[in-house]
Design a protein around this ligand. Structure first.
Ligand code: NAD
Length: 259
């Protein structure tokens, strides 16, 4: 078995800063020898992402702006990637958004706008991105998205994002069924809570972290690197028989019979 990703190219979507889970994934793929392509939401992220990536020794990365709320932007991005590199071997979708006011209080108060926005960016984007990326995976490939326990069970304050994650989980499975015939596998990692820019928006996030430290079988939270290494597994041939799966990287918290 060859564990190297040398000669392979992966698109990493959603690095905002060094705390981003996408950055943990980028580092794992880089260490395995992959060439990386980064997409970011808006111009504002261009310099910080390029500065971060410059710390990856020997990485000949490419960068594209891609706001996933626009199908035109997604299509144009992957058309450009096709022109620039031809074939890609996989993609990490690490993108989510909900209004801060929808990540606290009661779910029943979620506005129509807030509900649609969270689903648009956090779930539908996987459909749009997968449709645009699949033709570039002419040698087969892997797509990985990031989900959370709040899509399977009620987690306080996670609210509309939990419902969007439930949609994302089902989206991932339907995509796995469609894209399997093209040799493309689609899977999700359900990460335990990690302090990132997005996580800051979730009300009382510190309590969620504390709960993991006290109750999870491993009695600690997980790191971006641990999620990154699981993404490496899902994007490499090691997982070639696995598709439509959700792997929990959460110190075992999801097995517990308590909330
Ligand atoms: P993050 O804030 O670092 O990453 C979220 C990314 O989404 C950012 O790069 C942001 O620019 C991008 N994004 C938002 N709107 C976008 C748009 N319209 N177009 C393109 N990109 C857009 O936070 P993170 O925690 O690393 O989040 C990455 C993924 O991991 C998300 O799906 C999140 O729900 C998931 N996740 C996070 C945790 C956690 O505790 N941090 C746990 C489980 C799952």
């Amino acid at each position: 078995m060859n564990f190297s990703l040398e000669g392979r190219t992966y698109v990493v979507m959603g690095v905002a800063n060094k705390r981003s889970i996408a950055w943990g994934i980028a580092r794992s793929l880089h260490e395995a020898g992959a060439r990386l392509i980064f997409t970011y939401a808006s111009e504002r992220f261009e310099k910080p992402v390029k500065d971060l990536v410059s710390t990856l020794e020997g990485q000949d990365a490419l960068f594209y702006e891609c706001d996933v709320t626009s199908d035109e932007a997604v299509t144009a991005t992957f058309d450009q990637i096709k022109q620039d590199v031809g074939t890609i071997h996989g993609l990490a979708h690490c993108i989510a958004f909900a209004k801060k006011e929808d990540l606290q209080g009661e779910f029943v108060d979620t506005s129509r706008d807030g509900y649609l926005l969270a689903h648009n960016i956090s779930a539908y984007s996987l459909v749009s991105v997968s449709r645009a990326a699949q033709p570039l995976m002419s040698e087969g490939g892997g797509i990985v998205t990031l989900t959370y326990l709040g899509g399977e069970r009620v987690v306080q304050n996670y609210n509309v994002m939990g419902v969007a994650k439930a949609s994302l989980d089902a989206t991932m499975k339907y995509l796995a069924n469609d894209l399997g015939k093209h040799g493309v596998r689609v899977n999700a990692i359900s990460a335990g809570p990690i302090r990132t820019l997005s996580a800051k928006g979730v009300g009382d996030f510190n309590t969620i972290l504390k709960q993991i430290e006290e109750k999870a079988p491993l009695r600690r939270t997980v790191t971006q690197e641990e999620v990154g290494d699981t993404a490496y597994y899902l994007l490499s041939d090691l997982s070639r028989g696995v598709t439509g799966e959700i792997i929990h990287v959460d110190s075992g918290y999801s097995i517990l019979g308590l909330s």
